[in-house]
Design a protein around this ligand. Structure first.
Ligand code: IPM
Ligand code: MN
Length: 358
């Protein structure tokens, strides 16, 4: 029987509760599709600081590199916000991404028909929307040197090399080939040198993909277009900080940030995580929406483990549960028949999975 070794990082705040539900759902589809999953848990973020003194223990780096894929919840919280920057949970996460070499962050934003009323945008503007944001994750201004803050003057450096741009560009073009064959590259080439190189390189690369249409957009315009007419986009490819901002915008096209999964992939391993944070204010209250994490697990099955059928089963179960009016509290105002807590939503999705015959 096929077996996969999955590293688990639950993290802080709502991290543990959402990851537990994703594991429950993974086990249900594994059983149905005749494969097994072995899990090993590692520490990162605030809980790692409290337990080991550092946000990213070496054991976590080793363990995840040796696993087939990593399922990750969320990190951070007020408790650790006043620590020096190098000890903060967020610094641990950035180091983690860098060490794992996960340069491509895929953030799909898909509007489900069942939740078309959940967005603050008009239903006709968003219905049928299906965007894939491809964010460069281990370069750009997040990592550029030099960086400094001496209390009077502070600066960061936005830097990309041609190979870094080509590598993320390829990911975007390849993905577009399996979708609507359109890539929109987002930059600020009217102001920034780094963006000019980005744009020139994307143009050069597009010659290898004559079947994919490449367009360019300045980031300010892209932010506007995402709320004006999101359906014009298929794949958006952009650098680290622009991708961070635009993917949050894209999430509000969908309605709840509690619905958006992500995959961070590279040449060594892959990390699957919801795009939302650790939401310490609602941790333990049972009102968390586990769907973003469960969808991240579905992405893991599809992109890394090649268990496409199992992945489809999860997506189907989520769609059916939503269609039948099951909601967590964040979506309670939108055509809810019954509002479930986090654990009950996980159970409900498993119930649908177990019902399917194939
Ligand atoms: C994200 C988050 C992180 C980022 C933070 C927590 C460092 O906002 O994954 O989008 O900026 O990349
Ligand atoms: Mn973000």
């Amino acid at each position: 029987m096929r077996n996969y070794n999955i590293s688990i990082i639950k993290g802080d705040g709502i991290g543990p509760e959402i990851v537990d539900e994703a594991i429950k759902v993974l086990n249900a589809v594994a059983k149905k599709c005749d494969f097994t999953l072995s899990y090993k848990e590692y520490l990162m973020g605030g809980i790692a600081i409290d337990t080991t003194g550092v946000p990213l223990p070496d054991e976590t780096v080793e363990g995840v590199l040796n696993s087939d894929a990593c399922l990750f919840g969320a990190i951070g919280g007020e408790k650790w916000d006043t620590l020096p920057r190098e000890l903060r949970p967020e610094t641990g996460l950035l180091k983690f991404r860098e060490k794992m070499g996960v340069y491509a962050n895929l953030r799909p934003a898909i509007v489900y028909d069942e939740l078309v009323n959940a967005s603050t945008l008009k239903p006709e503007v968003i219905s049928g929307c299906d965007i894939m944001v491809v964010r460069e994750l281990i370069g750009g201004i997040y990592f550029g040197q030099p960086r400094e803050n001496d209390g009077f003057k502070a600066f960061n450096t936005m830097v990309y090399t041609k190979p870094e741009i080509i590598r993320i560009g390829k990911t975007a073009f390849e993905l577009a080939r399996k979708r609507s064959k359109r890539v929109c590259s987002v930059d600020k080439a009217n102001v920034l040198e780094v963006s000019q190189l980005w744009r020139d390189t994307m143009n050069e690369l597009s010659k290898d993909y004559p079947d994919v249409e490449l367009s360019h957009m300045y980031v300010d315009n892209a932010a506007m277009q995402l709320v004006r007419n999101p359906k014009q986009f298929d794949v958006i490819v952009t650098g680290n900080i622009f991708g961070d901002i635009l993917s949050d915008t894209a999430s509000m096209v969908v309605g709840s940030i509690g619905l958006l999964p992500s995959a961070s992939t590279g040449d060594k391993t892959a990390i699957y995580e919801p795009i939302h944070g650790s939401a310490p204010d609602i941790a333990g209250l049972g009102i968390t929406n586990p769907i973003a994490t469960i969808l991240s697990a579905a992405m893991m099955l599809k992109y890394t483990l090649n268990e496409e059928k199992a992945s489809d089963l999860i997506e189907q179960a989520i769609k059916d549960a939503l269609k039948d009016g099951y909601r967590t509290k964040d979506l309670a105002a939108f055509d809810a028949k019954e509002v479930l807590n986090c654990v009950a939503m996980g159970d409900k999705i498993v119930e649908y999975i177990n019902k399917y015959k194939f």
